[in-house]
Design a protein. Structure first.
Length: 66
């Protein structure tokens, strides 16, 4: 249910807001990868979660463009 709420929130946003959200998610993923490489990351499952969120955002952007 939590994922469905996140997707509904994304669908309510404009294209510019989605692009901002996408940039923020990619920055977070970069930081998580950096922390993982330096053995500072405790919750490695967060990387997978952020990657899926990026895919969700990109999917919604594609849907809006069609």
């Amino acid at each position: 249910m939590k994922i469905n709420k996140y997707v509904e929130d994304l669908k309510a946003k404009s294209a510019a807001e989605l692009n901002d959200e996408l940039v923020a998610a990619k920055k977070e993923l970069f930081n998580l990868r950096f922390q993982n490489a330096t053995n500072q990351l405790d919750n490695t499952s967060r990387i997978k979660e952020v990657r899926k969120n990026i895919a969700r955002i990109q999917t919604i952007i594609t849907e809006m463009s069609k």
